[in-house]
Write a protein that binds this ligand. Sequence first.
Ligand code: NDP
Length: 425
Amino acid sequence: MRPNSQAPKHRASHDTEREFGGTLGAICIPIFLPLTVLFLICVSRSPEASVLQWPPPLPSTDQLWDPLAPVLLLGWIALHALLYLMPLGKVSEGLVLRDGTRLKYPINGFHGLCISGVLLMLLLGLGAPLWYLFELLLPLAVCAIAVSFLLSIYLYIRSFWAPSHALALGGNTGNPLYDFFIGRELNPRIGNFDLKYFCELRPGLIGWVVINLGMLMKEVELRGSPSLAMILVNSFQLLYVADALWNEEAVLTTMDIVHDGFGFMLVFGDLAWVPFTYGLQAAFLVVHPQTLSSFGAAVIIALNGIGYYIFRKSNSQKNQFRRDPTHPSVARLETIATATGKRLLVSGWWGLVRHPNYLGDLLMALAWSLPCGFSHLLPYFYVIYFTVLLIHREARDERQCRAKYGLAWDTYCRRVPYRIFPYIY
Ligand code: NDP
């Protein structure tokens, strides 16, 4: 097949509004975010654990490289690719694509999590030194960053052979740096193996909880038993990952799958950013143990529970409404019509704020940081970063919804004036 870079029908999308700071963002983000990952890991294990310390704690080359790291990382990705291909769970269809077809996806991520759990327990039973993940964290992050770059280059090159209807509308500007970063092809596949869907919830997300378990085992190695703070961080984040995989089908209607191309932004986010920065609290606790009172723990558990409840209920309500608006659980909710034929919820969770799911997610994010106490900023990195991410994501979604629904969206905004935080924002 001929490469498609010159196809005239693509030019219409060259004027698409650029996101993430356009070309400048596309140059700076792939340089600075990988450095940020390495920097944060180094800071989390330094005695000061200060993001502002100068000079920053720079690692030696020995600390950055261990030949075991690429073996473990590639083995982990291969294991999950194998589990993805196993005939477990059901097969679901994605939304209708521009050419009128629908892709099929295996819904077996939760099986992947359970099988990984069993394998890890077996390894632990056999005396495998899982705590060594603490020592390997930097080399593993270096390898994950390298894999992200290599995969993104592969995706960029292969996208020139994809038919035009398979390209993401926003990833075909003609600027190679921007397109490499934002992603040209919407659903790159090798046969039936969907690369974006695979990376979205499996090796990185499950890898994150395995790293957390490694940090817990390091604590056991150092102090004989895991601390309450470490147990809370591990449990909360395991619940979050298990929930995402249990509800894996919902990912098929998210912006990442439906709208964004698969380029460096998502590849790096899935394979390097999530597993190595979302669990910084556990890495921090290994070197900076915290004592937590039972009352403090109860308050934090309650906060995580409330956040989880809002997050799960609001996401499920919208998913149910989008799948079957006549279902008894959503049929009585108040809605407004839009010119597209779809309706918008204006009562229930989606009548409280325009993104109740983000509100719940942020409450949980705060609950993950609180077990680390108030002496350092580093464990709060995730909740700060996530607030910025979700405010930015909310603005992107809002732009897309306004373009989709026009006046009906303005009516919704008048009916539900707050975006994420009731009476605040
Ligand atoms: P959302 O689930 O918030 O979906 C937004 C879409 O919902 C809109 O585009 C619109 O699509 C539909 N919608 C908006 N308002 C209404 C309404 N009133 N009634 C009916 N439909 C409505 O998208 P995200 O993918 O951003 O978030 C999904 C979850 O993932 C969230 O809980 C979020 O917190 C989480 N998340 C977590 C991240 C992490 O790194 N941990 C990163 C990003 C997200 P349409 O009308 O076309 O159906």
